[in-house]
Design a protein around this ligand. Structure first.
Ligand code: DQA
Length: 150
């Protein structure tokens, strides 16, 4: 069975209690369950991870690149949190391993502070889902699935 990696960056472990007016009251455990169910419907195994550390995220991206090349993984759904707006290293990691990534943001970052408008990941992403709450993860899984089939 092929897998899909769902990767979450800094502060997303606080989902449910962190600024619920922006991110909603769903917890990361709820998002994991949602992703597992949706991936399962497509015959995919969801691997779900979160880290507050940039280097850890980079290591997982490298691993995922190897898994995709081996035909065992279709790609990564990635909410990099604030690293989206700061991390050249994450940009380089995705580019280096030619990883199919769908960038996800729960909130519509373009309606928020200007520092959230720029993404270092978008230029190396296969697609972007922004502003649909946690349902964005579901949309991203479907997008990645279609991209892998075409
Ligand atoms: C976020 C948006 C980012 O700007 C922010 O730093 C996050 C969450 C989102 O999902 O809306 O941590 O990626």
């Amino acid at each position: 069975m092929s897998s899909v990696l769902i990767l979450n960056g800094p502060n997303l472990n606080l989902l449910g209690t962190r600024k619920p007016e922006v991110y909603g009251s769903t917890t990361l455990a709820d998002v994991e369950e949602l992703c597992r169910q949706e991936a399962g419907k497509l015959g995919l195994d969801a691997v779900f991870r979160q880290s507050n550390h940039e280097g850890q995220l980079i290591d997982w991206i490298h691993e995922a690149g190897a898994e995709v090349k081996a035909g065992r993984c279709i790609g990564v759904v990635f909410n990099a949190g604030a690293y989206t707006h700061t991390s050249v290293a994450l940009h380089d990691a995705i580019e280096a391993v030619e990883l199919p990534v769908v960038e996800v943001h729960i909130s519509n970052v373009h309606r928020r502070e200007e520092f959230r408008h720029h993404s270092y990941l978008s230029p190396v992403a296969r697609g972007i889902v922004v502003g649909f709450g946690v349902y964005g993860y579901v949309l991203a899984i479907h997008g990645l699935y279609q991209a892998a089939r075409s």
